[in-house]
Design a protein around this ligand. Sequence first.
Ligand SMILES: [Zn+2]
Ligand SMILES: [Zn+2]
Length: 416
Amino acid sequence: MIKVDSKLRRKVEWLWRRAEGALMPPAVLENEAKHLVADEAAEALRAIDVEHPSLSIAARLEALEASKNNYASRGDYIARFGCVGVRRFQSRGDVAIYLMPVETFPHHINNVYLLIEPGHTTLFDVGSGLESSRRDLALGFAVVRSMFGENARYETVDLAIVSHAHIDHFGGVNDLKVKTTARLAVHELDARVIAGFEERVVIACKDVSVFLRRAGVANEERARMLDLYMASRDWFRSVEVDRTLRDGDLVGGGHRVIHTPGHCPGQICLLVGDVLLTSDHVLSRTTPHQFPQAITAFGGLENYFHSLAKIRKLDLVKVALAGHEEPMFDLRKRVDEIAAFHRERLMKVRDLCNVPRTVAEVAAELFGHQEGYGTILAIEEAGAHVEYLHTLGKLRIANLSEVAKSDDPVVQYVKP
Ligand SMILES: [Zn+2]
Ligand SMILES: [Zn+2]
């Protein structure tokens, strides 16, 4: 059998979204769904099916075809697969939770969640604010109205919760402030990023610069990385945060905020009945990105492990819905897999430091050659692991006298 890689998987998901445009009412197709070319997408899926029968494309295409003109089978299809990527979940306590996939950056999909319950219409994350993100949010709401029969509009959202201050999750708050009267809520440790973005970008960049220097990244490469780091500075403007959240706070119709620092200082999960919205704390396929505390407090692996243990203790989570990728029906298993992955990576990093190495050298050994933003992600991930080992005394500094003499040292680590 030919292995299905994640790139193909993403492509197939993208094609399904387009093929399912065939289910949409003409009015929606003409407005919010112009970009869905259903027939071409179905053809492309058929071609992929020939080589990848394990994806069960043919059976689903048949079900889709049968649903076009038949109300009952359309209901079945949508209950099973959703429509144009939008899927409905229902929590204990009858909150309807809609997953809306949104292309926040080219080929980068975020799951934005819409919670509908008596007296509250809540968005959990708001997209990036880029044109593709606006387009997909508008489509998501159109699908929720036309295919799921909800009376929900972006303009009438009354609360928007930002799960953590990464731009693909919060960039859409500029639109939100213009088009809605929604209150904006975010964890108190991430509020400054949204409310004081201009300052935050400058200060974070200084701290990243020091980190990269100590990590042994050459000047030219460092300048290039910092440019990438600063890229969002030009198009995001700070907005006021209306409510800052803390661990244990209740929002919307009484849903509990769980603070899970690690991937981001103000990362939260939200417990909605027996459904846990995990944002980027736990993802179904990827292990969420880690960065060292040296860049920002409340990051780092110790916080992350602690936050994994915290949600592992929750009882009766029926499904966990993340900020990217697929729903998870066995949260504890996934938490254990991610923790084990990092424990293994820590051992690997320690072994790599049998000879003195900089963080940049560890990153190169772990991830090989990277391009673009991947270079920053690789060095931050390596930095988080080296920092954790060093804090625990499992690595020590190999070039201490050199470090002592220099104002701007490159640090080498070695196994004691
Ligand atoms: Zn994130
Ligand atoms: Zn994310």
